[in-house]
Write a protein that binds this ligand. Structure first.
Ligand code: ZN
Length: 398
């Protein structure tokens, strides 16, 4: 590391942050919490390597995950939070697990990591299990309102990928489509009054993002059909109609829509699929989460073409650290300085701190390179840090 990078690392470390995206778990989860709990509720678990509590299983788990960026940053976080330097092994597993369990005996510990260690000033919370909740910690969590269940109002049996449906979450869900749209609007207004500052759409885990203009008649035709005869196209038309209406409500209520783009069901989830929707709703702010990884070029294209596009680096630095570096270089070069934000997108404080370490690393490396190449000055680099970590999300959401 050279002097410029070191100066930036110092500047970034301890910088106040508005974290735009988190699924932080409720207090009771941290009551019996150890190393296995951290790993099971982390992205490392998404690599699908089985984890049992035997020595052999732990050896295999670590061997398979060791070089994956989810693991690398989580391990760095655990090393710092729990004061050990050596790599995590099956031999020191129980010792570390004990330290985690001990630390969480203090019931405020999980929130104190976020407020003190991470220096988060606000965290936008996506509690898909209870849309619009602040987990009982309003001083740190500001909710975003998850809208996915509304795409499944065509049948009481339909569920989103989290197992939710409007019928499960809310009382008196109307069957008539006009009344249903009205019902959604009233809920969005209510949630805004209760403190929600954005809408969150993660429908990319259920379907493609190719939303098209659909007439009210076509949507009615789809919803009135005998469920047994309802086709995939009918369901798509219904969902397209619902989302187009929600985009209008978002503009009216001045609530940005945080859209998961990229990973998910993978077919049709790249951000370019949203082009028509973005173009057709110029007053709706579309936040493109995860920069559409692995189709990041889509975001670079959309950012240059539409003023209502806001790239968000959430998840990306731990999803692929080098991809996040490439993307940040291009975002700085491609857009105006007020567009980009970041969120941890994690469930636990331990992984959130790891995600932050990854993000800080990406910022320092990319900005350091840009200063060394005389693309910007060190003061410009610091101004970019201020923007991405704090000013941009403040202006967009608060
Ligand atoms: Zn998320």
């Amino acid at each position: 590391m050279n002097n410029i990078q070191r100066e930036l690392v110092d500047y970034i470390k301890g910088h106040p942050i508005i974290n735009t995206h988190s699924h932080h778990l409720q207090d009771h989860i941290y009551k019996a919490f150890n190393l296995d709990s951290v790993l099971r509720q982390s992205y490392v678990n998404w690599n699908q390597v089985p984890l049992e509590s035997t020595y052999e299983s732990r050896v295999n788990f670590l061997e398979k995950n060791r070089y994956n960026s989810y693991f690398v940053w989580l391990e760095k976080s655990l090393q710092e939070l729990y004061h050990f330097k050596e790599p995590l092994t099956a031999d020191n597993w129980n010792e570390l697990s004990g330290r985690i369990e001990e630390a969480h005996r203090d019931e405020d510990y999980h929130v104190s990591i976020l407020t003190e260690k991470c220096q988060y000033k606000k965290i936008i919370l996506d509690t898909y299990w209870e849309p619009g909740s602040n987990n009982g910690h309003p001083h740190i969590f500001t909710p975003t309102f998850r809208i996915d269940p509304f795409f499944f109002g065509y049948s009481p049996d339909a569920r989103d990928h989290d197992g939710n449906s409007p019928f499960k979450l809310y009382d008196n869900v109307p069957e008539d489509l006009d009344e249903y749209i009205d019902f959604i609007e009233k809920l969005i207004i209510l949630k805004k009054e209760e403190g929600c500052i954005a809408l969150k759409c993660a429908i990319a885990y259920d379907r493609g993002l190719d939303f098209e203009q659909v007439s009210r008649d076509r949507a009615y035709q789809a919803v009135r059909k005998d469920p047994a005869r309802r086709s995939k196209e009918d369901i798509k038309a219904y969902q397209d109609y619902v989302f187009i209406n929600i985009c209008k409500m978002a503009a009216q209520q001045k609530l940005p829509i945080q859209c998961h783009t990229g990973m998910g069901q993978l077919i049709g989830t790249n951000a370019m699929a949203l082009k028509n929707l973005i173009e057709g709703n110029p007053d709706t702010k579309f936040v493109l989460f995860h920069c559409s990884y692995p189709w990041m070029d889509d975001v670079n294209g959309l950012l240059r073409a539409y003023d209502n596009v806001y790239p968000d680096l959430s998840w990306l630095p731990i999803l692929s650290t080098s991809a996040a570096m490439r993307m940040l270089h291009e975002l700085i070069e491609g857009g105006t300085s007020d567009k980009v934000s970041w969120g941890c997108d994690t469930w636990t404080s331990e992984e959130s701190y790891g995600a932050l370490l990854a993000f800080r690393f990406v910022l320092a490396m990319v900005l350091g390179e840009k200063v060394m190449n005389s693309y910007i000055t060190i003061d410009d680099a610091k101004a970019i840090v201020d923007n991405i970590m704090y000013k941009n999300p403040l202006k967009l959401y608060y």
